[in-house]
Write a protein that binds this ligand. Structure first.
Ligand code: 13P
Length: 243
């Protein structure tokens, strides 16, 4: 089970220090935790996480190794700051920064080249789900967002229906089960069987156990609830029971 905390553009640095301290005071058997803090906090977080077993990741990277790209961050820089993973293709980047599947794949290639593992996000919009196109959209995103030759042991997929992110709405167990089964089948066809598939979108302490019990759900990518130490710990405890 992988439980990942995506802090997005939160919280203030002083609160981040307290939050990460609380993370490191807990331990969950069989649960790999990953923290994706804002980029300026990486070095600070790397020091705080040392010896905790919690992995550190960046929330994005550029597709080039270096160059004149003001405001961007290279995968190798994330690695130098203590990250071992990078989150790519989050729907907030696809929507807010116009990131295409092809760009996500190029960023993933750069990340692999720099020695990072990749967590690639896919997920349909509400309109796509209502029109019965969810599986087709997600399947196309998966196909096009993966870089050539990605090794299975450096890939994690996060299925995050866009309409469930930060809304309090969660996909039903049937919807999650069907999508994870379809993604799992597609990964197996690509020679990537066994790659963990996380669910994301309003995962909270009160729904974590039932979501994590669904077949082909290998963990959760948690936004809002990861900003509260007790809520994140409760989700990790549910994962420990689901292992
Ligand atoms: P919420 O858990 O706040 O819905 O966010 C999910 C998410 O986008 C994690 O990447």
């Amino acid at each position: 089970m992988i439980i990942a905390a995506n802090w997005k553009m939160n919280p203030p640095l002083a609160d981040a220090g307290q939050l990460v301290s609380a993370y490191t005071q807990t331990n969950f058997d069989g649960v790999q935790r990953v923290l994706f803090p804002p980029h300026p906090y990486l070095v600070h977080m790397a020091m705080r996480l040392e010896g905790s077993g919690i992995l550190l990741g960046g929330q994005d990277c550029h597709q080039s190794a270096a160059g004149a790209f003001t405001g961007d961050v290279a995968a190798g820089m994330l690695r130098e700051c203590g990250a071992s993973m990078v989150l790519l293709g989050h729907s907030e980047r696809r929507a807010g920064h116009g990131e295409s599947d092809e760009l996500v794949a190029a960023k993933a290639s750069a990340a692999l080249e720099a020695g990072l593992s990749t967590m690639i996000c896919i997920g349909e919009s509400l309109d796509e789900r209502e029109r019965g196109r969810a599986e087709e959209v997600v399947s196309r995103q998966l196909d096009k967002s993966l870089p050539d030759g990605v090794p299975a042991d450096r890939l994690v997929i996060a299925y995050e229906p866009v309409w469930a992110i930060g809304t309090g709405k969660v996909a039903s167990e049937t919807e999650i089960g069907a999508m994870h089964q379809s993604v799992s089948r597609q990964l197996a066809e690509l020679g990537l069987g066994g790659v963990p598939i996380l669910y994301g979108g309003s995962v909270k302490p009160d729904n974590a156990a039932s979501i994590l019990a669904i077949d082909d759900v290998g963990g959760a990518l948690v936004g809002g609830a990861s900003l509260k130490a007790d809520d994140f710990a409760a989700i990790c405890a549910a994962a420990e029971l689901a292992v």
